[in-house]
Design a protein around this ligand. Structure first.
Ligand SMILES: *[C@@H]1O[C@H](CO)[C@@H](O)[C@H](O)[C@H]1NC(C)=O
Ligand SMILES: *[C@@H]1O[C@H](CO)[C@@H](O)[C@H](O)[C@H]1NC(C)=O
Ligand SMILES: *[C@@H]1O[C@H](CO)[C@@H](O)[C@H](O)[C@H]1NC(C)=O
Ligand SMILES: *[C@@H]1O[C@H](CO)[C@@H](O)[C@H](O)[C@H]1NC(C)=O
Ligand SMILES: *[C@@H]1O[C@H](CO)[C@@H](O)[C@H](O)[C@H]1NC(C)=O
Length: 380
């Protein structure tokens, strides 16, 4: 009990240090609380030192703000990003300084009010709604000289339809692919600073493999692989197509009961690796069996030895036998989970986060560029 308490206090102090340069209000409160409970003679000096350095950095911030208000010539302005329409029709709040508040990115203003078109540095167009003609490009509006239009799609090229109507309109591209001007992956691996095992591997495995499928199409390569795999392995199906829809909060707990998750992409295309890997498999604490781009594309982004690639087997039957063998050999099975000591995975799902992430690389974006043929670029 005692040691637990100490840890909590220390963490509070660490938070105090973190907040102190960003949120003035909360750090003052933190200090006050700290002082009440901890003020002892040997610590007085430390408190004094902290207080002084705090006031000093606060003055620096105030000074900088005055600077901003006084002259806008010497300091860069905010980067303003206008999202022309929300992807897939769901709106999210942009109230307050979203990028700073939620993602620690300053100087980055997101907006979705089209009347602000004239002042936007970047205007982002999500392709899906353009393709369906639900939304239209404002080609009738005069484009400010410095404004750049961003074409955004996280779909594989095969699913973007005909792109030729969009030639000579866009200045930048935003996609999961590393060749895009702004790369927005579905997820990424993060190396841990210290080895850790705070992720508890679910031990209660009831099924050999699971697959959540919302869009089952017989002609998908993944459907054929599943049919063949299912002959030799007990695959539990979930999702709309299986008439077993999983509510959001049940997804990860359900998948965690499976040894393997079939992270099968609907389309095989270079670097097209989606949340099926990052969320459904990795976050659930199961081992992904992947079908998608070649192994090297997975190796470039996924933690080492974290997945099993369908292409590595000479037949689906051989894959099934290999998987069944692993369920009976804990040591070999766990070898696919050991990466968790050294890596974590981060999932990107929020459009606001993706947009905010443009700002830190804004100055490196090409300044004069026109996509004469969007299709050629998206052919990869
Ligand atoms: C700051 O910019 C605004 C408009 O963007 C302008 O009206 C104002 O004169 C500028 N202030 C200074 C001090 O340059
Ligand atoms: C930048 O944006 C923030 C948040 O919207 C705003 O408070 C600030 O005044 C803006 N700064 C400039 C220089 O426009
Ligand atoms: C968009 O901005 C205009 C002008 O600032 C304002 O009148 C309008 O109410 C805004 N619309 C929305 C939906 O916030
Ligand atoms: C393990 O899973 C089964 C269902 O497959 C469930 O009935 C049981 O309660 C679970 N046990 C634990 C300890 O979670
Ligand atoms: C953006 O693309 C348009 C073509 O539609 C072009 O006229 C304009 O010069 C480009 N702007 C920049 C900043 O690259």
């Amino acid at each position: 009990m005692m040691s637990n308490k100490n840890i909590t206090k220390r963490q509070t102090n660490a938070q105090f240090c973190y907040f102190h340069s960003t949120l003035m209000g909360s750090s003052i409160r933190c200090i006050a609380k700290w002082r009440k409970t901890h003020l002892q003679p040997p610590k007085t000096l430390l408190v004094l030192f902290l207080a002084i350095s705090f006031i000093y950095s606060w003055l620096l911030v105030v000074n900088k703000q005055q600077h901003l208000n006084g002259s806008n010539a010497s300091l860069p302005n905010n980067i303003t990003i206008l999202l022309w329409h929300w992807p897939y029709g769901t709106r999210y709040s942009l109230a307050g300084d979203v990028c700073l508040k939620d993602y620690g990115i300053s100087g980055c203003v997101l907006m979705d009010n089209r009347t602000l078109y004239g002042s936007a540095d970047l205007v982002v167009f999500h392709h899906f709604e353009l393709k369906l003609h639900k939304q239209h490009l404002p080609v009738h509006l005069r484009r400010p000289a410095k404004q750049r239009w961003v074409w955004l799609s996280l779909e594989a090229p095969q699913n973007n339809g005909n792109l030729s109507p969009y030639n000579n309109l866009f200045n930048l591209t935003m996609s999961y692919h590393s060749h895009a001007d702004v790369t927005v992956p579905y997820g990424k691996r993060l190396q841990r600073k210290k080895p850790g095992l705070d992720f508890i591997i679910p031990k209660n495995k009831s099924y050999e493999a699971c697959w959540v499928v919302t869009n089952y199409q017989k002609w998908h390569k993944r459907s054929a692989v599943f049919q063949e795999l299912n002959k030799n392995l007990n695959v539990q199906l979930y999702g709309l197509s299986a008439k077993k829809p999983l509510p959001k909060e049940a997804l990860l707990p359900t998948i965690s009961r499976c040894y393997f998750y079939l992270a099968f992409e609907n389309t095989q295309s270079p670097q097209y690796i989606t949340e099926k890997l990052w969320r459904n498999a990795f976050q659930a604490g199961t081992v992904p069996v992947v079908l998608g781009p070649p192994r090297r594309d997975y190796e470039a982004v996924a933690p080492p030895n974290s997945f099993i690639h369908v292409d590595d087997f000479k037949s689906i039957k051989a894959l099934a036998e290999y998987l069944r063998g692993l369920t009976k050999d804990p040591e070999k099975y766990n070898a696919y989970l050991n990466w968790r000591q050294d890596y974590m995975v981060k999932l990107y799902t929020d459009w606001r986060e993706r947009l905010c992430n443009i700002c830190p690389i804004y100055r490196q974006l090409p300044t004069q560029k026109v996509y004469e043929d969007l299709r050629a670029w998206a052919k990869w």
